[in-house]
Design a protein around this ligand. Sequence first.
Ligand SMILES: NC(=O)c1ccc[n+]([C@@H]2O[C@H](COP(=O)([O-])OP(=O)(O)OC[C@H]3O[C@@H](n4cnc5c(N)ncnc54)[C@H](O)[C@@H]3O)[C@@H](O)[C@H]2O)c1
Length: 250
Amino acid sequence: MNFAGKKILLTGAAGGLGYGSALEFVRHGARLIALDIKPAQGEQLQRDAKKIGSGSLIYVNQDLAEVDGLRKTVAELVKKEGVIDVLINNAAIYPAKTFEEFSLEEYRRVQMVNVEAGIVCAQMLVPPMKQQRYGRIVNITSITVYGGWANLYPYVASKASLIGLARVWAREFGPYDITVNCIACGAFPTDAEKIHPDPEGYTRFVLEHQCLKRRGTTQDVAHTMMYLASDYSSFLTGQTLNLDGGWVMR
Ligand SMILES: NC(=O)c1ccc[n+]([C@@H]2O[C@H](COP(=O)([O-])OP(=O)(O)OC[C@H]3O[C@@H](n4cnc5c(N)ncnc54)[C@H](O)[C@@H]3O)[C@@H](O)[C@H]2O)c1
């Protein structure tokens, strides 16, 4: 795949799945704008991207929970970079506790980071995409939306919202050749998994449920992101690809 000349905004780019995916896009020629709140990892990401050559990467430190700051940052990006062709809403927080333990404020914070920040980014990036009559939006969601996981209700609600948004946006932006799709990730060994108290038991649980008897990798995610961000998926929109080694089938 060749992303030369394509500009991509990837949120949560310093995280477990984002970091390797960002580098994979650079390897394939993209100009990758990596947004996160981890400056040290962001600088390392920039250094790693330089070693690859091919495309290029800039790290942008921005808290997605700060709406005004986010608007300003994305507006500056558009001014500096021009039209951003691809938006990948990948950043997420995933606090885990029982329903009673969550306050409404905590619920709202999860929606802000996981969903509303993506809406703000889309508000800023879609009008120029419409003008150029081309764009790609990829929302990273989770197979937890299909049921089977307790104690994660703000997160699961946020991931279901991203699927709903993708369907409406696909309908609305389709006439402008902007596609909107989701990747529902299964279980990938990143920080997100550290919420499980028994790592080995969790790996056994994962492998029992998957058709494929290996753990998913960042490359698996990166390749699916790249497919949905590329012209190879130009007739696919409003869809959710379950990237889970054959766990759920729907
Ligand atoms: N790893 C898995 O097994 C798994 C499973 C299902 C879905 N997912 C989804 O994949 C995506 C990536 O997850 P991951 O495993 O890489 O998790 P991760 O925690 O390693 O990465 C998430 C990134 O988002 C960033 N982030 C969080 N809050 C932010 C904020 N306020 N502002 C800016 N950035 C912020 C974090 O700093 C982090 O770098 C998420 O959307 C997650 O829900 C992952």
